[in-house]
Design a protein around this ligand. Structure first.
Ligand code: HEM
Length: 170
């Protein structure tokens, strides 16, 4: 790794962790907030709950996800995590991104569906978030030895190829 980047690892990791705390915390909170969209509450209350849910998703959870993913992408190259456990982690990250998209889809349906749309009970969306989060934490913190699984060598070793365009030298 480039030497001057080394001292930045704790900083980038901190940004990654703050980002993912907001991301995952928001994804846990949102199913409960969505469940409060009860058609029997007054128009004013419904409006307030809908606004809070919308802003939580668009101004907090989604930007936090982008920050966590960008910082995570930097960490791949700073920490050279070309290991099987890391690809297992990425599989669970993909599930988490799916849960994020599903939450957004429910949010749109609550806001845009004509008539009444009662979001589902929070348990299934909550499970869809907690399973990937636990999976990610098991792999990233435990870093289990998965060398018994056959991964394509392109994922584990540098291929020594150059990019098809010029990049500035650091
Ligand atoms: C595309 C998304 C992500 C990428 C590319 C990514 C990548 C990385 C990388 C490369 C590291 C450094 C590992 C090391 O130093 O050994 C890391 C650390 C970490 N990641 Fe992620 N990550 C992503 C999403 C997440 C998510 C969603 C979570 C939690 C739910 C998470 C939890 C953590 C934790 C707790 C660490 C610190 C591990 C340690 O220092 O031992 N990451 N991540």
């Amino acid at each position: 790794m480039i030497d001057w980047l080394l001292p930045l690892v704790p900083l980038v990791k901190a940004v990654h962790i703050v980002g993912l705390c907001l991301w995952c915390g928001g994804l846990v909170a949102l199913p409960f907030m969505l469940a409060r969209h009860d058609p029997v509450v007054s128009q004013d209350d419904f409006h307030r709950i809908r606004k809070a849910t919308h802003f939580t998703y668009t101004l907090c959870v989604t930007p936090a996800a982008v920050v966590a993913v960008i910082a995570g992408a930097w960490l791949i190259f700073m920490r050279e995590t070309f290991q099987p456990w890391f690809y297992a982690k990425l599989f669970f990250v993909m599930l988490l991104v799916g849960a994020h998209a599903w939450t957004g889809h429910m949010l749109v349906r609550v806001g845009e569906t004509k008539g009444r749309f009662q979001p589902r009970a929070p348990y299934l969306p909550l499970l869809a978030v907690l399973v990937p989060v636990i999976g990610i934490l098991v792999f990233v913190l435990g870093k289990p030895d998965l060398s018994w699984i056959q991964f394509p060598s392109v994922l584990l070793e540098p291929m020594g190829r150059s990019l098809p365009f010029d990049v500035p030298r650091l």
